[in-house]
Design a protein. Structure first.
Length: 250
């Protein structure tokens, strides 16, 4: 373990990675999403693709712990089950694709998906049709594939809930619990694929400290009546992170 810690001390951009962990936790604490959209574009500037995803995965195991219990109380567990079943089917396919793409392609994909997600949210693009159970499984499957290829399982689920007239607390709870379930799935999948590395797992656990602090603070700041203000702040942070992660600056 001392050797692992000493090697982590020389990781380039460690301060920026820790800062991104805190800010991503803050955004997730008051919106229920945004961890990967904020963290990955920054982390991918300094870490290889699988290292960035492993770091995010282990960081995410700690950061939402303070808000899991109230989230479980507010969640729609039927939807949550369908989403997770869809995810576990396509996650291995996404990881197989990631193993074949170059690092710059990964960075373009992460930043591009973050920017596309932001545009959809800002312009209010919504699905207006009837939501059936089969569709929820499909949304989970899309999330699993994107989670495997780019470490971004959230956009399909976030858009799904933004289109539905449900209480803010329930949307926030289901999104948060889905992302936590995804983290457990991808951790197992990375081990099966032989991609799990102790060094990046330890880095993720260390980044969980600023991530948890940000999540706790975001949860304390959350007020349903100020949702518009929180979303505007989250959108600005996501935009800055996504643009900074484009490999055109390198």
């Amino acid at each position: 373990m001392p050797d692992v810690l000493s090697s982590l001390a020389s990781v380039p951009g460690l301060g920026w990675i820790a800062f991104a962990a805190f800010v991503s936790g803050l955004v997730r604490g008051f919106t229920g999403f945004g961890t990967a959209l904020v963290f990955l574009p920054v982390a991918a500037q300094f870490l290889p693709p699988f290292a960035a995803i492993i770091t995010l995965t282990f960081m995410d195991l700690l950061s939402p712990l303070p808000v899991l219990k109230p989230a479980w109380r507010d969640a729609d567990r039927g939807d949550l089950k369908r989403l997770l079943i869809g995810t576990i089917i396509t996650l291995p396919v996404g990881l197989s694709v990631l193993a074949m793409v170059p690092r710059d392609v990964f960075r373009f994909g992460v930043s591009g998906l973050s920017i596309a997600m932001l545009a959809v949210l800002v312009f209010g693009i919504r699905y207006r049709g009837e939501v059936k159970s089969a569709m929820v499984y499909g949304i989970g499957a899309a999330s699993g594939f994107l989670g495997g290829t780019a470490g971004l399982p959230g956009p399909p689920v976030i858009l799904f809930y933004m289109a539905r007239p449900l209480p803010t607390q329930m949307i926030r709870a289901n999104t948060l619990l889905f992302l936590f379930g995804y983290d457990l799935m991808i951790m197992l999948a990375l081990e099966v694929f032989g991609r799990m590395q102790l060094e990046w797992a330890v880095l993720g656990l260390l980044m969980g400290i600023p991530g948890m602090l940000g999540n706790w603070l975001g949860g304390r700041l959350f007020r349903p009546g100020l949702e518009t203000l929180y979303r505007a702040a989250a959108y600005a942070v996501i935009a800055a992170s996504a643009v900074s992660g484009l490999p055109i600056w390198s």
